[in-house]
Design a protein around this ligand. Structure first.
Ligand SMILES: Cc1ncc(C[n+]2csc(CCO)c2C)c(N)n1
Length: 214
């Protein structure tokens, strides 16, 4: 079995929990409340910027120019496609960038950056594989469901588009190229850790936002 498939097999339970998360279920039932969506977008916009830094760390530790070219392309897509999606939507829907985010949102960003800063190249690949594979999977399962909000529809469609699917597949293949069998337990643990952070991140959108100090 491929290393990437072993990582997935070791995490079926937790991945399933994320794929059945209330947030995913609400999107699929077209019942995501507007205030939950807006909080999610505010938290998500910050993460997309964090993701540029995560891929920058991966670019530093990438062992060859082929991987570096790919990772630079991912940074380009994040900076020039994903960030503009948020800039446009924040302006149109009057969503403010939150200076105060829930602990689970801060923990997600910090946890991902920590792996990027201190982990080996395959650890960073695995962290982003966990995040992207999960989004690709639930977005594909949401391809034909009715979504009334055009901005939410566009967000789901962005994660079923060829560009994003290619990225998720690249990460999976890269784990198999650059990792080896001796990494399996550690990488399964990274995947598990990231998926737990994802579950908590998506739960946070349902809680009242933290109060500003003073
Ligand atoms: C909380 C959260 N987890 C995963 C994704 C999926 N995703 C979409 S773009 C991107 C960065 C690299 O392309 C990732 C990981 C997300 N959007 N938000």
């Amino acid at each position: 079995m491929l290393l990437s498939d072993k990582i997935l097999s070791a995490n079926t339970d937790i991945l399933d929990r994320m794929l059945k998360h209330r947030f995913v279920a609400d999107v699929q039932a077209d019942s995501l409340q507007r205030d939950v969506f807006h909080r999610y977008l505010a938290y998500e916009g910050q993460f997309v910027e964090t993701a540029i830094s995560i891929f920058a760390f991966a670019t530093i530790s990438a062992p060859d120019i082929g991987a570096q070219r790919w990772l630079i392309g991912v940074q380009d897509a994040l900076a020039n496609k994903q960030v503009p999606y948020f800039e446009d939507i924040f302006a149109r829907r009057d969503i403010g960038v939150e200076s105060q985010v829930p602990d689970a949102v801060a923990a997600f960003d910090a946890g991902m950056l920590e792996i990027a800063r201190t982990g080996a190249f395959v650890d960073v690949l695995t962290a982003m594989f966990a995040a992207e594979w999960m989004y690709w999977t639930w977005s594909k399962a949401t391809d034909t469901t009715q979504i009334s909000d055009p901005d939410l529809r566009a967000w789901v469609d962005m994660h079923t588009a060829t560009d994003f699917a290619d990225q998720a597949m690249w990460l999976k293949n890269a784990i198999d190229t650059y990792g080896d069998e001796s990494d399996v337990d550690r990488l399964a643990q990274v995947f598990n850790h990231v998926t737990q952070l994802e579950i908590d991140f998506h739960t946070a959108a349902y809680d009242a936002p933290p109060k500003h100090e003073g």
